[in-house]
Design a protein around this ligand. Sequence first.
Ligand code: PLP
Length: 382
Amino acid sequence: MSKHGFSTKAIHAGQPAEPITGAIMTPVFLTSTYVQEELGKHKGYEYSRVSNPTRTALEMNIAALENGKHGLAFGSGTAAVDAILHLLKPGDHVIMSWNVYGGTYRIAKMIWEEFGLQFDFVDTTNLQNVERVLRPSTKMLFIETPTNPTMEITDLSAAASLAKKHRLISVVDNTFATPYLQQPLDHGFDIVVHSLTKYLNGHSDMLGGLIVTNVDAHNERLRFMQKAVGGILSPFDSWLCLRGTKTLVVRIRQHCESAMRVAQWLHGQKKVKKVYYPGLDDHPQHALAKKQMRAFGGMISFELGSLAVAAAFLKNVRLCALAESLGGVETIITHPATMTHASIPPDQRARIGVTDGLVRISVGIEDVEDILADIENALDTI
Ligand SMILES: *Cc1c(COP(=O)(O)O)cnc(C)c1O
């Protein structure tokens, strides 16, 4: 598949016609085990915790989209992040972007620190901050770009070469961008991780996580983790996500186009104090986003000034759903300080710009006029 274009890979990679019937769609292999012909002779599948053909199809599909060799699917994005931290040993030090996904911060601080890993959270938009906290025991650089929810952009090529120079395992959480907008392995990263729950599945009807890597040793250790620990994705959820990735390109194009319209509109509103969207000229890393991303994504945050104003606004939206999560076809609106980022201490929240007046919107693919009318209505009431 590697010579084909991105859309063609999204539809076909990992999914040849089913050999017995010719079924064009990969079946949901609802089976725990596989009958063996004789001792030591099987068709490549032994037990579904180790591997399952529907999961294999999804793993190959998304690995192809990230231009990677190996894909590994987990039961959630956080399970995939957790598996990556299992590559380390007690005493190892990890440097993470300071506004990584709240759940990633929570695993780091509340689980892995107890088991002897050490963490620093720094602003990776300036890589000197990474150099400043490097120690002899630093083993991993884990970044997110664009970040959640303030849409900061980290230079992928520069971060990858910094990691190489200091022999760090380099990881990007590519959930917000998706491989259609940026492919971190091509910039030299070792590992890409996704929450499938968001854009890759795109229909808000499953949870999943996926790791892609070109490093054979990491793949072997992570496969061992799937088998030994068992935090794997089910065949049915794998199948749902395969259905999602087929339309990834057309969905993301529309998300990006509509988000640009919404961001520009918000930017002109008096009641909106600030708009965070990498596609706007006044975004501090707009030029970098333009260089390393195909388009600017479907996520926007904006500042309404106070908790009371944000709460009134959120109470008055009708079409936009007030909910956690993002990346579905429907527009979802969130209050990061009390929802997605509630587990981050208030002082740390203030440092990364997650104020009480901040609202985040995952722009869906409804008619953009309807989304704008809903936001305008809610703004009028405050
Ligand atoms: C949602 C999310 C995760 C966690 O994924 P789950 O599937 O919810 O476990 C990790 N990283 C980012 C950027 C996310 O948005």
